[in-house]
Design a protein around this ligand. Structure first.
Ligand SMILES: [Fe+2]
Length: 425
């Protein structure tokens, strides 16, 4: 068994993207056995996804949540049934109840408010550093570009989070082809922002999409290996939980949608109670849906230099025009309490519902699972520099609000998990 090695550096974007798309399409179509093979491969995936969508619709019709749920205490005690693991495998999403006790999560939220208030964030805020989450008319943003508050760091280095992340990482096949692709028992720290959405908010939400690469999913040689069974008409062999080559993916340089880390699951922790009809997260709980997206773009009603609208430096959009079947599968999280966390597999389609006059707060802290591997270790070294300086991590706009802020989390506050996650051990 060797350890996966991967140079950590963004890939240079092709100079002539339309030409690169045309060439890649020709190559992938040939692999699939020409026009008939391309069509047959898509039909097979479509039939699979259709079955899964029907299952989701049945849940929705019964008013039942399809999201598998587990209590943090059961993860900590290793009290996890095979049935539950199988559900996570099938749907690629889950809710961890009581990841933090509700009172602690509410305290985190209060501390975050104190942190931005004592540092006069409202006066310093210069507007969105990117357009990733769209624009909002509020004087305070919905997304706070802050990274180094005590609550964020305490949550990231908490033993509870480490246990949840290890559980999530272990859902993946991390050894294959004679390579250990990542260490499921250690996470690298991937600092992200927070969202605080007050009662009364009107928000247009966020359209359905996937992260971690758009055109890259077809064009990058590493992704072509990840999806080799999809791109060669062997969908029956395709395993979305096989980590092989995933940690070798380096997305195209530029734009703030780029993620430099490999994440087994994306996720966030609720810092307020949230009702499922109040502009919350929805997903298409089908990990194999990525195969549908990939093969859809190769069909002959899509222009030769187009991948259903995918573009560099943008999230990979899923929409009614190209993916009406997937759109039928969008389903909301269940009602949450502060302290619950929600998670979705790296390929899962997700969206945020629009809302008018939101009832209650909508506060979350983004913390993914990003297990240690060469790729993530390299990024965490850069993260450690930004932590020490109070600057924004490289995957985010260089807004650097916190450089001179008081009450920032310090190196002295790091525990063993925190030091390890930052590569400072
Ligand atoms: Fe996203």
């Amino acid at each position: 068994m060797t350890t996966a090695t991967s140079p950590h550096a963004p890939t240079q974007r092709p100079d002539d993207l339309p030409a690169a798309i045309r060439e890649t399409k020709a190559q992938l179509r040939a692999q699939l056995g020409g026009p008939a093979g391309v069509k047959a491969a898509f039909r097979e995936v479509e039939a699979f996804v259709e079955e899964r969508v029907k299952e989701i619709e049945e849940y929705n019709a019964r008013g039942e949540s399809i999201w598998p749920e587990i209590n943090y205490d059961d993860i900590a005690a290793g009290n996890i049934s095979e049935e539950f693991k199988e559900k996570v495998r099938r749907y690629g999403v889950l809710v961890v109840r009581n990841h933090f006790p509700r009172e602690q999560a509410l305290e985190f939220d209060r501390e975050l408010v104190d942190y931005v208030d004592v540092n006069d964030f409202d006066a310093q805020y210069r507007g969105p550093g990117d357009d990733f989450f769209g624009t909002l008319a509020a004087s305070r943003p919905e997304i706070f570009p802050i990274y180094w508050s005590r609550p964020q760091m305490q949550a990231r280095q908490s033993e509870r989070t480490a246990k949840v992340q290890a559980f999530l990482n272990h859902r993946w096949k991390f050894e294959s082809e004679g390579v250990k692709w990542f260490d499921p028992d250690q996470d690298s720290m991937y600092p992200d922002r927070i969202r605080r959405r007050p009662p009364g908010t009107n928000s247009s939400g966020l359209g359905a999409h996937t992260d971690s690469g758009a055109v890259e999913r077809w064009l990058l040689p590493a992704y072509q290996k990840v999806f080799q069974d999809v791109f060669s008409g062997n969908f029956a062999n395709y395993d979305p939980w096989d980590a092989a080559h995933r940690t070798e993916v380096n997305e195209y340089e530029g734009g703030s949608t780029m993620c430099s880390a490999f994440r087994t699951f994306q996720g966030w922790t609720a810092l307020s109670d949230q009702q499922r009809d109040q502009g919350v997260l929805a997903t298409v709980p089908i990990p194999e849906a990525m195969a549908y997206i990939l093969l859809r773009a190769l069909q002959d009603d899509v222009a030769e230099d187009d991948l259903c609208g995918a573009a560099p430096s943008r999230v990979l959009a899923v929409n009614e025009q190209w993916h009406p079947l997937l759109m039928r599968g969008l389903t909301n999280i269940p009602d949450l309490q502060a302290g619950d966390s929600v998670w979705w597999h790296a390929d899962i389609v997700h969206a945020v519902d629009p809302i008018e006059d939101q009832q209650g707060w909508g506060n979350v802290m983004y913390i993914p699972a990003a297990p240690m591997c060469d790729k993530n270790k390299a990024y965490s070294k850069q993260v450690a520099e930004h932590f020490l300086n109070g600057t924004s991590p490289d995957d985010f706009p260089a807004e650097d609000y916190e450089v001179d802020w008081q009450d920032r989390f310090t190196t002295a506050d790091l525990n063993e998990i925190g030091r390890r996650g930052l590569g400072l051990d």
